[in-house]
Design a protein around this ligand. Structure first.
Ligand SMILES: NC(=O)c1ccc[n+]([C@@H]2O[C@H](COP(=O)([O-])OP(=O)(O)OC[C@H]3O[C@@H](n4cnc5c(N)ncnc54)[C@H](O)[C@@H]3O)[C@@H](O)[C@H]2O)c1
Ligand SMILES: [Fe+2]
Length: 385
């Protein structure tokens, strides 16, 4: 086994009502002037008012940029950076899902580094310094971006989403308040929750898996499996929302020490070319990629099946793997997630571009537990169109 490391946010405050501690956290960061980066959906849900009011009551100057688009591209992020510059913020607060948090993380870094976003995305430059101090407040239970060193941005000319990965992107603080997620609509609860489940399952089966990610992944799988249907059907159930938010953060911590694999690699061109939401493309791909990955990895699949709470008594490892894959198909059906890509009108003619796009994501494909070549990738996409 090679060495392994767990990178984590500096401070995590969790539990219902934990948003009340935002002033204490910002004070600790040494900031009297902050910038909140969020999006219109989060603003409409009324999730910015309370933290803003708490901070202002304590004398902190607060600027809000709430125009992050879903899954932003490079120029959209550059526009947010340009709007951020005049504020002279001493700390950046991301309130939202992965889109807002990823933008907050990279904007904080760009405020402190003389480098272009496009060069970072094209691998032509590296992040030299940490950025302005950051606080992340997730309002979806999905990406776990609050505890990852990643920021994922669309590069339109390449029709691909690209991950900038650097320890300097790891947030300083996290507030994990499930009360902020009770209004998340069922469809977004489902897609973002399945993204979190993908993180945990992929990191557990990844070649980069290690004792840290194993512990976090199995716990995340348990929390998400037991609560995702409840959170979908009864959004106000705070226990289920708490499980989901914790499971999603553990999934993010897994990404920080292990890595996702072929599910995320094959999802990237679906987001990049067809703008299919990150959680949806991952959820659709998950059972198909796991069917491919199960061969030779049955023991790990048995662990996952047990963490999912499945009854696998008196079954061979191969049978358990197949029970687990069936359970993933059933979960997608229960959450009203499409079983294929037919509604996006992707045809045979598009396959080549998709395969080439996915094959470029070697950062993730190289960690897949079973080697996946272009013919394998094509076979998986073919089952979905
Ligand atoms: N940094 C990472 O490690 C990492 C990991 C996985 C994915 N990602 C990236 O994260 C992005 C996806 O993030 P996401 O899945 O969280 O979705 P998102 O941030 O795009 O949000 C989806 C929608 O939900 C709305 N929303 C968020 N919270 C809400 C709430 N509490 N109530 C009502 N509406 C709410 C938003 O307004 C938005 O319209 C993608 O770009 C993906 O590539 C990043
Ligand atoms: Fe993801």
């Amino acid at each position: 086994m090679s060495t392994y490391a767990l990178l984590n946010a500096g401070r995590i405050i969790a539990g219902p009502g934990s948003i009340e501690s935002i002033n204490e956290v910002v004070t600790d960061l040494g900031a009297r002037k902050v910038l909140i980066i969020s999006d219109k959906g989060v603003a409409r849900a009324g999730l910015i008012e309370k933290p803003k009011a708490i901070l202002e009551a304590a004398g902190v100057a607060v600027a809000v940029l709430d125009d992050t688009p879903p899954e932003p591209d490079v120029e959209q992020v550059n526009a947010i950076l340009a709007a951020a510059l005049p504020h002279g913020a001493q700390a950046v607060i991301g309130i939202g899902g992965g889109s807002a948090m990823d933008v907050a993380k990279i904007v904080a870094v760009l405020l402190n580094n003389d480098v272009s976003l496009r060069d970072l995305l094209k691998g032509k430059a590296k992040i030299a310094r940490r950025g302005a101090p950051t606080l992340m407040v997730p309002t979806t239970a999905g990406t776990g971006s609050e505890t990852t060193p990643n920021s994922i941005i669309l590069v339109p000319e390449d029709e691909l989403k690209v991950g900038i990965v650097s320890p300097k992107l790891m947030p300083d603080c996290v507030i994990l308040d499930p009360e902020l997620t009770v209004g998340l609509p069922p469809a977004i609860t489902a897609s973002t929750g399945m993204d979190a489940l993908c993180h945990a399952i992929e990191c557990y089966t990844s070649k980069k898996g290690n004792p840290f990610s194993d512990m976090l992944a199995l716990k995340a799988i348990t929390l998400i499996s037991r609560s995702i249907r409840t959170a979908f059907n009864d959004g106000k159930n705070l226990n289920a929302r708490h499980d989901m938010l914790l499971g999603a953060m553990y999934g993010g911590m897994c990404i920080a020490t292990s890595s996702t694999t072929a599910v995320h690699a094959l999802a990237y061109p679906l987001g990049g070319k067809y703008r299919i939401a990150h959680g949806i493309s991952n959820a659709i791909l998950l059972p198909f990629v796991m069917r491919f990955n199960a061969v030779g990895n049955e023991d790990k699949f048995c662990d996952i099946a047990l963490a999912m709470g499945l009854d696998v008594s008196e079954k061979t490892p191969q049978e358990v793997a197949s029970v687990m894959i069936d359970a993933l198909f059933a979960l997608n059906r229960d959450l009203a997630i499409p079983g294929d890509l037919k509604r996006w009108n992707i045809t045979e003619a598009d396959l080549e571009t998709l395969v080439e796009g996915a094959a470029k994501v070697t950062r993730l494909l190289d960690n897949n537990p079973r080697p996946m070549n272009k013919a394998d990738i094509r076979a998986i996409y073919s089952q979905l169109i």
